[in-house]
Design a protein around this ligand. Structure first.
Ligand code: 3YP
Ligand code: ZN
Length: 377
């Protein structure tokens, strides 16, 4: 069965405006106007590579739509939606809440469509139209909390799709695997006390948000054990990441036995990203994909929906994304021309400091395991 793919040109029209990376430009402070880090090109170039490489012919296009108020309000407060609505109507748009997450006039409808694209991918997978699906969306979502946008995110696309799967489609248990290099704090916070949603975030230790995503953040109340964080040291490459997948992520998902797996797929752990310091290669991202698909095949007939998050190198991210989509489709159209350069650098093998973090997480999970499903008699 085929892999679904959702993208809409309007995602390139989400306007993060002129900026100096993430600061407002300010000539007096030496901040020459440039683009925001989360500009359209990186994701647009990934989409264009999917088309130009011919991989698009092996994907089933999933049409997008805008998420409704009702869908957004399952995870966000009315105040947050109202603030985005108000600012979206301003002549020059506004900010999602933290001052580094700008959007242009009319940005509400684009943010709605990002969430709606992930919802539609969930529906396509649940309906069995496609085996699995990838939503290449802007703006991203995983930092957005109930009451605010954050870290370039307006609405939490993944959380909205998870709640749709549960409340509308009756899916009982969902595992969210977040391999964006930053902590998936928003998604974690929304399901922190929920025993039916496992959130696993693998990220660079203490990058963004600051002091978020430590090993001891393990969920609370009935959700104790159902949040897992793997904060890897800077310089971690494919070896360290795959060690974490094999020792923590795959066993935790297998033990949880989800009915659906949703991935927050960022490519900012890539070895050439400006917003983190990791060494992952396109082959690494393909290997993450293989592991997620394999454990989903064991648990839930391979039902996997991936939602794009961060990743900020416009020339490298497209090849990381293509590698993931090639792994999903089983069709190889192109090698990553950057692979020799990146793999020629050091940092790819598992290092002791990385193994120590993974061992710490393994010990924590042994103490507080995710709740396995209650078997109905
Ligand atoms: C937000 C401010 C500094 C780092 C940036 C992270 C955005 C992102 O890619 N989150 O996944
Ligand atoms: Zn990120």
């Amino acid at each position: 069965m085929a892999t679904g793919y959702a993208y809409h040109e309007v995602f390139g029209w989400h306007d993060t405006s002129s900026a100096t990376g993430l600061l407002p430009s300010d000539p007096a402070a030496g901040l020459q106007p440039y683009s925001h880090f989360e500009h359209p090109d990186t994701k647009r170039r990934m989409h264009e590579l999917v088309v130009v490489s011919g991989l698009i012919d092996h994907l089933v296009r999933v049409p997008t739509r805008e998420a409704t108020d009702e869908e957004i309000l399952r995870v966000h407060s009315p105040e947050h939606l109202e603030r985005i609505r108000t600012q979206s109507e301003l002549p020059k748009g506004g900010d999602a809440g933290d001052g580094i997450s700008p959007f242009g006039r009319g940005g509400l409808s684009i943010a709605r469509r990002a969430a709606g694209a992930v919802i539609e991918c969930v529906d396509a997978v649940l309906a069995g139209t496609v085996a699995d699906a990838y939503a290449l969306v802007r703006p991203p979502g995983h930092h957005a909390v109930a009451d605010s946008g954050m870290g370039f995110c307006i609405f939490n696309n993944v959380a909205i799709a998870v709640e749709h799967a549960r409340t509308v489609r009756g899916v009982e248990r969902i595992a969210v695997v977040d391999w964006d290099v930053h902590h998936g704090n928003g998604t974690q916070s929304m399901f922190y006390a929920d025993p039916d949603v496992l959130t696993v975030s693998i990220h660079q230790d203490n990058v963004f948000p600051p002091r978020s995503g430590a090993v001891d953040e393990r969920g609370e109340g009935a959700g104790r054990g159902c949040a897992i964080n793997i904060p890897l040291p800077p310089g971690t490459g494919d070896g360290g990441y795959l060690h974490a997948f094999d020792e923590v992520i795959v066993p935790a998902v297998r033990a949880f036995r989800p009915d659906l797996v949703v991935v927050s797929s960022g490519f900012d752990a890539g070895g050439m990203d400006p917003l983190a310091r990791q060494m992952v290669t396109s082959e690494g991202f393909a290997a993450f994909t293989r592991r997620v698909l394999d454990v989903a095949a064991e648990c839930c007939a391979g039902r996997v929906v991936m939602a794009h998050e961060g990743g900020y190198n416009p020339v490298f991210v497209p090849f990381c994304g293509l590698a993931v989509l090639q792994e999903m489709t089983g069709v190889h159209v192109l090698d990553d021309p950057f692979h020799a350069l990146l793999s020629g650098m050091t940092g790819h093998d598992l290092k002791p400091a990385e193994a120590d973090v993974v061992a710490e997480v393994v010990a924590s999970v042994a103490r507080d395991a995710p709740r396995p499903p209650v078997l109905s008699t």
